[in-house]
Design a protein around this ligand. Structure first.
Ligand SMILES: Cc1cc2nc3c(=O)[nH]c(=O)nc-3n(C[C@H](O)[C@H](O)[C@H](O)COP(=O)(O)OP(=O)(O)OC[C@H]3O[C@@H](n4cnc5c(N)ncnc54)[C@H](O)[C@@H]3O)c2cc1C
Length: 463
């Protein structure tokens, strides 16, 4: 135990300096604090530092560095792989840092890194504003943003990172830097898609946009129609305007019926939205048509119900530039072979503004129009091996149709080759940044870029 291994005075010193809380294995609240969204992750950190402010983050970093401790950084704790907690190390937990300030005049928000998407959207929607976020309210703003951020407004406003104006970041040597296009622009480039490799982001500044009620929801069909629905989906997405983002999912309805759903969100004027949705309303014989004007906040909060914390999850993802008939056949076959009614195959169409940014303009390289396929196994029955085997088999079946690129936020612990593939053309530039800002790989628990710095080469102290 770390308390025994360290000089007690040092340990007390950290505690005395914190505005937040230090949680050790014998403390009440340890068990609740070590848990993350994915119930499969069961790690036992030596310490959790629940930071209340930037100064706490600096203290935690310095403490971990001085004592050579493994560090995990936690935002919303939603990564399926559980990379925000660890065994026997220090968890620097930002989830108490929930400050947010909205400037309605400039349409900007300054948001601390402990906010969930739901909390962030609640604050911005109070002013009728929003920006691209993920689809599920409980997801952490920090991890989502640092990986890129796909969401309902990506066609119109780009990814979450395309709306990022600046970050405040604590480096591995405990300094606070602001990164933007004018301050540390190299670092700002890297945090837009490079994950938590370069430091701990304590706050983000975002550009917002006027967003009123959106026309959104899903149209559900019986699984027997899956082939036709996916072919329709392919054509429908090919002509979708920027305002319309459309996903498809092979899943089981709450009533236990295997089904295929087309989910959408139109963020432009409602009359034009009705016109854009009309082809879908005319297609086939759905079980349910739930598309209607909705509040964006309610929409992402409601999505939490489908992804409750504490359930076991396993995920793999592929990126397809097109949905060929053969790929559709494979998807339908694996959805039929699905081992749990809680699992799903989700297809996310990346288009519009998100694809009009060049692959090297930010660290997020996957800028081509694409379909990101997520095989998300979910279960409560303790039969992990069976469900994981289904996910892997489904992913293997998609490989002949997939490009090598994979969205970093949907990547599990899949080895260095997949990490390199996810950063794609940007890998070498990211590596140079890692060598510069984190040459000792202090921030290693992420989709990690391993530094290659050699003695005598420039490192962070010379920045
Ligand atoms: C139910 C669900 C729905 C999702 N939907 C979407 C979606 O619609 N769009 C999308 O793009 N993604 C989506 N994702 C993926 C999501 O973006 C990632 O899981 C993301 O990592 C979650 O961020 P977090 O802060 O909650 O995660 P955490 O587990 O806390 O962190 C994830 C990684 O980011 C690092 N990190 C977290 N905070 C910081 C920080 N402040 N500074 C430096 N590093 C940090 C962590 O160390 C870790 O490596 C979804 C995930 C889930 C589980």
């Amino acid at each position: 135990m770390i308390e025994q291994a360290l000089n007690p005075a040092t340990f007390q010193d950290l505690k005395a300096h914190l505005h937040g809380e230090l949680i050790c294995p014998n403390d009440r609240g340890y068990n609740a604090s070590r848990k993350v969204w994915n119930g499969m992750i069961d790690t036992y950190p030596a310490l959790l530092v629940q930071c209340a402010n930037v100064v706490d983050v600096i203290h935690a970093v310095q403490f971990a560095r001085d004592h050579h401790l493994l560090v995990a950084v936690r935002g919303g704790g939603h990564s399926v792989s559980g990379s925000s907690v660890c065994d026997s190390g220090v968890v620097i937990d930002l989830s108490r840092m929930k400050g947010i300030w909205v400037d309605p005049g400039q349409k900007m928000a300054w948001a601390q890194a402990g906010l969930t998407l739901g909390e962030f959207v609640r604050a911005t929607q109070a002013y009728g504003l929003a920006t691209t976020t993920g689809t599920v309210g409980g997801t952490g703003l920090a991890g989502l943003t640092l990986g890129g951020g796909l969401g309902w407004f990506m066609g119109k406003y780009g990814l979450t990172i395309d709306n990022l104006l600046s970050v405040d970041l604590v480096t591995a040597d405990g300094r606070v830097l602001r990164a933007s296009t004018s301050e540390h622009p190299d670092l700002f480039w890297g945090v837009r898609g490079g994950g938590g490799n370069f430091g701990i982001v304590t706050a983000f500044e975002f550009q917002l946009h006027p967003i009123g009620p959106v026309l959104a929801g899903k149209v559900v069909y019986p699984v027997e129609c899956a082939r036709e629905v996916l072919r329709f989906y392919r054509e429908y997405t090919r002509t979708a305007p920027d305002e319309l983002t459309v996903y498809a999912s092979l899943m089981t309805t709450p009533g236990g019926l295997p089904a295929i759903a087309i989910s959408l969100c139109y963020c432009g004027p409602p009359e034009e939205g009705e016109r854009a949705v009309a082809p879908l309303r005319r297609f086939g014989t759905p079980i349910a048509d739930l598309v209607r004007p909705r509040s964006y906040l309610k929409m992402i909060k409601q999505a939490d119900l489908g992804a409750p914390a504490g359930r076991s999850y396993y995920e793999k993802a592929s990126t397809l530039s097109d949905l060929s008939d053969e790929a559709i056949e494979a998807l339908v076959a694996y959805s039929t072979a699905c081992t749990s009614p809680l699992s799903q195959i989700l297809i996310q169409h990346v288009h519009g503004a998100a694809t009009r940014v060049g692959p090297t303009e930010t660290a997020f390289a996957l800028r081509g129009e694409s379909y990101i396929i997520c095989m998300l196994a979910a279960w409560d029955d303790g039969e992990a091996n069976r469900h994981i085997a289904w996910t892997r088999a489904c992913w293997r079946a998609m490989e002949p149709f997939a490009s090598s690129g994979v969205y970093v936020n949907f990547l599990g612990n899949e080895g260095e080759g997949r990490v390199r593939a996810s950063y794609g053309v940007n890998y070498e530039r990211l590596l140079a940044l890692k060598n510069r800002y984190d040459p000792t790989n202090f921030f290693a628990l992420n989709q990690n870029i391993k530094p290659t710095i050699k003695e005598g080469e420039p490192c962070l102290r010379q920045v």
